[in-house]
Design a protein around this ligand. Structure first.
Ligand code: THU
Length: 163
């Protein structure tokens, strides 16, 4: 039996001003998008902003539903919209920002498992990494260089055997 440590590099910025200009802009877009989330049930608002290789930024926010499972997370609204509007254009990065009506979100909220899987589909397809920027409402910014860093042993189309 062998054991292998699996880890990844997480960059922690105490303040958003430590980010590049483009990263700051992307995070700002996610913060703006978050304000238009439709989250009357959880009161937890999430915004996502996707940066494409052509310089376009596509945003999304969580869209809830009275039939709870019918809602969708901000990240998937954003990446699916990017895929629909700019098919085949490489995704460089996604910024995600979260806030709550009930408390101050002072640490970054990582994307849920379904969103990680949805994002990694694009990373696998384009064969280049999608970096992830995470921030709460205040507090530090976390940066991962690739979605695969936070979804080890990911499922992919290669398992389906016909591609
Ligand atoms: N949510 C997101 O938008 N992204 C995530 O990665 C986690 C959760 C949303 C879904 C729901 O509208 C609310 O946050 C509470 O779970």
């Amino acid at each position: 039996m062998k054991k292998k440590q699996v880890g990844f590099e997480l960059s922690i910025y105490d303040d958003a001003y430590e980010l590049s200009q483009m990263e700051q802009k992307l995070l700002k877009e996610a913060e703006l998008a978050r304000e238009n989330a439709y989250a009357p049930y959880s009161n937890f608002k999430v915004g996502a902003a996707v940066l494409l290789e052509n310089g376009e930024i596509v945003i999304g926010n969580n869209q809830e539903n009275s039939s709870y499972p019918s809602g969708l997370c901000a990240e998937r609204v954003a990446v699916f919209q990017a895929g629909a509007k700019f098919p085949g254009v490489t995704i460089k990065s996604i910024a995600i920002s979260a806030t709550s009506n009930n408390y101050v979100v002072d640490k970054p909220a990582g994307p849920c498992g379904n969103c990680r899987q949805s994002i990694i589909e694009y990373e696998q397809k384009q064969e280049s990494p999608i970096s992830i920027l995470l921030r709460g409402e205040v507090g530090p910014v976390f940066k991962c260089n690739s979605i695969s860093d936070i979804l080890p042993l990911a499922f992919s189309r290669s398992f389906l055997g016909d591609s």
